[in-house]
Ligand binder design. Structure first.
Ligand SMILES: [Zn+2]
Length: 229
């Protein structure tokens, strides 16, 4: 009788059970985990192919006693639209990959489709601020702004091919676009502050991806509280 071939014996051996992380000598430090997560966002931003951007040198600084900066921000100059067009960001946005990706999705999937034939195409977003090493609302002694972590973007105005420039606080504005802008911003970002929130946000829309305990979100942009024409 021939002996069973080794391969046949091996087939009966129990398969090793994959247990992710179980055989690691050490768990990642929180900093490494954060870096891994951010790298995943950068990879996703590249794969999505929905923005024109380049990686830039790390940014850093000190605001009061707080450290600003990000190790691998991007400079994003435009968002690519599904129809082949693009929306220019002026001046360029300097931000972490996670919010750059979310912002590009917002412009492409929510804002651009919300324009009417009367508005024409969304051509440009005027950016009031992105990375900026400073305290909140420029108040000395206040906590570090999410802008200091390259985790926030301020929009001052939209520019439409037919509707022209419409500032965030303009009294006459495309209702459908601005309604969708508010709804979708509050769905995508964890902080939304605009006119109606406070004096510091009377002339621009601030969005960021701050993480808070219990997933608490802030959605304060109340066009209804603004004087209507
Ligand atoms: Zn802001």
């Amino acid at each position: 009788m021939p002996l069973p071939r080794p391969a046949a014996l091996d087939m009966k051996a129990p398969l090793p059970v994959a247990r992710p992380g179980a055989d690691r000598a050490s768990v990642p430090t929180p900093k490494a985990a954060v870096a891994d997560a951010e790298q995943a966002h950068c990879t996703a931003l590249i794969a999505a192919n929905i923005a024109t951007f380049e990686h830039t040198a790390s940014v850093s600084g000190i605001s009061g006693e707080a450290l600003c900066g990000d190790e691998a921000p991007v400079r994003m100059t435009a968002v690519k639209l599904a129809d082949g067009g693009s929306v220019e960001l002026r001046p360029v946005v300097v931000a972490r990959c996670e919010i750059a990706l979310q912002f590009a999705r917002w412009v492409r999937d929510d804002l651009a489709p919300a324009t009417t034939p009367h508005d024409g195409a969304l051509q440009r977003l005027e950016i009031a601020a992105s990375y900026s090493c400073r305290p909140r609302n420029h108040l000395a002694g206040a906590r570090l702004s999410e802008h200091g972590l390259a985790n926030a973007i301020d929009v001052r105005a939209v520019v439409l091919s037919r509707g022209g420039r419409v500032a965030i606080n303009d009294l006459v504005r495309p209702a459908m676009l601005f309604g969708e802008m508010r709804r979708s911003a509050c769905a995508r970002f964890t902080t939304v502050l605009g006119p109606g929130a406070d004096a510091a946000h009377a002339d621009h829309l601030h969005v960021d991806l701050a993480r808070r305990r219990n997933g608490y979100r802030i959605c304060q942009w109340d066009p209804a509280n603004e004087p209507m024409p």
